[in-house]
Design a protein around this ligand. Sequence first.
Ligand code: FAD
Length: 290
Amino acid sequence: MRAICLGGGPAGLYFAISLKLRQPEADVTVLERNRADDTFGWGVVLSDETLDNLEVNDPVSAREIRSHFAYWDDIALHHKGNVIHSTGHGFCGIGRKRLLLILQERARALGVNLQFETEVKDASEYMDDYDLVVASDGLNSRTRMEFEETFKPDIDVRRCPFVWLGTHQKFDNAFTFIFEKTDKGWIWVHAYQFDKDTATFIVECSQETFDAYGFGEKTQEETIAICEEIFKDHLDDHKLMTNASHIRGSAWIKFPRVLCEKWSHQNVVLLGDASATAHFSIGSGTKLAL
Ligand SMILES: Cc1cc2nc3c(=O)[nH]c(=O)nc-3n(C[C@H](O)[C@H](O)[C@H](O)COP(=O)(O)OP(=O)(O)OC[C@H]3O[C@@H](n4cnc5c(N)ncnc54)[C@H](O)[C@@H]3O)c2cc1C
């Protein structure tokens, strides 16, 4: 069996690991445009249930992931100066970069051929040479577009703009949602710890609030300064940080909900965000990819 994964995010890497575990003799390659330690975004959350599934599939990488996560089981909702706690939601947060490095190391140890800084053009270039072509090329999957007629994607760009930031402020006892009413409208945050001293801080608002602040014309630094002011009571003088320096101008985006009527075309299979997305508020995109 010869298999190739087009894209080395969580989906491509974990598929390569899983195939090698089942067929050690398989020839498995992962192609990735970025360098091994490049990544956008901050931490991701995985539920208890996902960790249990990973444990069953590959105890070795599951153990590594568990040893690097921040864990909590409360949700805290901050609204008009009140905090409502809800308990019993087991979650762990892990840095996206840390997760990718763990999966890369495990894949290498199992004999997967990882090729970084390799741009994939058309999936059709690999269809004759490989038994299986896995399109793990993410949200904006080029392969999904290449065989659009078969996959029939349905993409619904949701209405609220958001920006994915990080902070050294601690949110280590709960998955935290903060709602602030400003003179320009409501704006809110999804915050969660993902390592000892870093938390994800996603700021989201309606299009009306976004327009009133003029976020579309602001640089990332300007956005950060405004958000630090709005959420200052929750940041205790900690800064907000961006790692989207590869994006020029504003790093605000809208979430595209992706569904596809079919996930395979001959020997090409869509996997992870290329096939379907899950909104970050329910923290399950990576879970689906894994
Ligand atoms: C703000 C935000 C917060 C999130 N929080 C969570 C969370 O808390 N929990 C959770 O489970 N999920 C979360 N997600 C979702 C999660 O990030 C994705 O579901 C997950 O990364 C999907 O993995 P993937 O491997 O399918 O795609 P990706 O992670 O996008 O990986 C695709 C890879 O393919 C590579 N690639 C693409 N095209 C090419 C090409 N032509 N040539 C070579 N390489 C290519 C890319 O460089 C990339 O490395 C969040 C997403 C966002 C936007």
